[in-house]
Design a binder for this molecule. Structure first.
Ligand code: XMP
Length: 537
């Protein structure tokens, strides 16, 4: 039987008008990689989504996924209150793959034994597999895998066999072919595990027998149906920023509800040079999508007067943003729904990302309040429409290609909602905004000229509120530095500093100091993420 692709909706019994596709359910035990597992499965063209570890066997039966993946997690299976799952899921006849904590939990629940290992294994380990095992079919017998565990399986549950080992772990993978239960101690979802996607393919396609017919086209059709079902004949207001997320959303919503979509662009005064003008002409003249322009520059700069704390800045910007929306929408509305191009990394980094091993509850490990998530006021007047909440940036780019969004928008670097304001350390003033905007434009210009725009994930300047001494034309200067930040990344969750050629760095540095008033020094940020974040605030 075909399965519902929107497990959570189905759990809430709101599954009207939804298409049916094969799906894989990921039970989340608190790993930072849970959503990455789902995304890798979607890369195999099978729908996947993450649900709570508390989802019961009968709920899962109702959803009837083709397979279940138990995620990793930070707990030890023997911790008091460690998250567990309904044991009945192993009797549903649905194949299960346990990953790391998921494998240990499966072992414990089915009568095997897990102990704290003498040697912890973190990072790369050489895996020796049995290439005849269905999970590893036709793979080479040794390859690198990514491990991150303190506990190890020592005794197998009955009817299981070992299918892989490393020098530290005799049970690096286990299988029970009759019951289609599998476990891996390593993380096949991370790119550092060679053949990771092949292992997931063996599970999802061969073992679970899923039909790989879920595509971005399917996602679009499904999202359009859901939006239509959710908003009925009501109107949606979209917060358009000109970036790939909100632009793609504008295209999708325009297809879904046509003229009942109103795009509003609030100019906070934090955009890059020339962008507000470009956005308006592109959308109105080229795409024939109407945009309501709001000049709120003064409102935002005065709201940030004297504010230094980054979180406070983000909260104020988020609050002013929504308030401006509310004020403006009253003038041109009414609207019931507010659409935002929120992505999964925005959600995970703004909110709860871990499970407390003691209570089994999610605990808040907030890194930053992302503009479109964390800053929302509690008394929000709109209901939210966020179709991209579960997608990663490159998945949105695929959606964009499918919707024929122009290439120059699709390939645009991510730009944070709070814009230049979070790239000015300390108080945001009009003068500082003008300095940074000019610097940013030079940086982009040189990166474009060097043909490096698509080689990096993001490149930008950060203005520091400190002064240092320099010398220009025999005169002493005492001005601000610009930090040049350039990173490579797959999805913004982790990043590496970009090894830009010295000549390009030199050109940028010379131009910034010569052409931008109040800049007398340029430094290059060589921090990766983690431990740094991409933006400075
Ligand atoms: P960090 O600084 O957290 O950034 O490593 C990760 C990615 O997210 C972008 N970013 C934001 N995007 N609203 C957004 O839409 C925000 O408030 C926000 N803050 C950071 C950042 O540019 C990077 O691509």
């Amino acid at each position: 039987m075909k399965m519902n692709s929107q497990a959570e909706m189905l759990l809430k019994d709101e599954d009207k008008n939804i298409e049916f596709y094969d799906s894989i359910l990921v039970l989340d035990f608190g790993s930072q990689y849970s959503e990455l597992i789902a995304r890798r499965v979607r890369e195999l063209n099978v729908y996947s989504e993450v649900v709570s570890y508390r989802t019961t066997a009968s709920q899962i039966k109702k959803i009837s996924p083709k397979g279940i993946i138990l995620s990793g997690g930070p707990s030890s299976v023997y911790d008091e209150g460690a998250p567990s799952c309904d044991q009945e899921i192993f009797n549903l006849g649905i194949p299960v793959l346990g990953v790391c904590y998921g494998m240990q939990l499966m072992t414990k629940l089915l009568g095997g034994k897990v102990v704290r290992a003498d040697k912890h294994e973190y990072g790369k380990s050489i895996l020796e597999i049995n290439p005849k095992d269905k999970l590893f079919l036709d793979l080479e017998s040794k390859f690198v895998s990514w491990m991150s565990h303190g506990d190890s399986v020592t005794d197998l549950p009955s009817d299981f066999t070992i299918s892989a080992k490393t020098s530290n772990t005799s049970c690096a993978a286990i299988s029970n072919h009759n019951k289609k239960l599998y476990g891996v101690q390593f993380h096949p979802e991370v790119i550092h595990t060679m053949n990771g996607i092949e292992i997931l393919r063996n599970f999802v396609i061969n073992i679970c027998d899923s039909n790989p017919n879920w595509t971005m086209k399917t996602f679009i059709e499904e999202s359009i149906n859901q939006v239509r079902a959710k908003v009925g004949d009501k109107k949606i207001l979209l917060a358009l920023s000109g970036g790939v997320d909100s632009s793609t959303l504008a295209f999708l919503l325009h297809d879904a509800i046509g003229e009942r979509l109103t795009c509003m662009f609030i100019d906070q005064g934090f955009m890059r040079k020339g962008e507000p003008e470009r956005l308006l002409t592109t959308f109105q003249n080229e795409f024939h999508i109407k945009v309501h322009y709001v000049n709120a520059k003064e409102r935002f700069v005065s709201a940030l007067k004297g504010i230094i704390d980054p979180e406070e800045k983000r909260k104020i910007i988020g609050r002013e943003f929504i308030r401006t929306f509310e004020d403006e929408s009253k003038k041109i509305g009414p609207f019931d729904y507010l659409a935002q191009g929120t992505l999964y990394p925005d959600v995970i980094e703004s909110a709860d990302t871990n499970i407390d091993p003691k209570t089994g509850e999610r605990v808040a490990v907030k890194i930053k309040s992302h503009h479109n998530v964390g800053g929302l006021p509690k008394d929000l007047q709109f209901k939210l429409v966020e179709p991209f909440r579960k997608l990663f940036k490159d998945e949105v780019r695929k959606v964009a290609r499918e919707l024929a969004v122009p290439k120059r928008i699709i390939e645009r670097h991510p730009f944070p909602g709070p814009g230049l304001a979070i790239r000015i350390i300390g108080e945001v003033t009009q003068e500082r905004l003008d300095v940074l905007r000019e610097a940013d434009s030079i940086i982009r210009d040189e990166i474009n000229k060097a043909g490096l725009y698509n080689a990096v994930w993001q490149v930008f300047g950060v203005l520091l509120p400190i002064h240092s001494v320099g010398v220009m034309g025999d005169k002493r200067t005492y001005s601000n530095p610009i930090v040049l930040r350039a990173v490579t990344s797959e999805d913004g969750m982790t990043a590496d500093w970009a090894k830009l050629p010295y000549e390009v760095l030199e050109k940028i540095s010379t131009r910034l100091v010569n052409e931008v008033k109040n800049i007398n020094r340029v430094v290059y940020d060589i921090t990766s993420k983690p431990p740094g974040t991409i933006e400075w605030e």
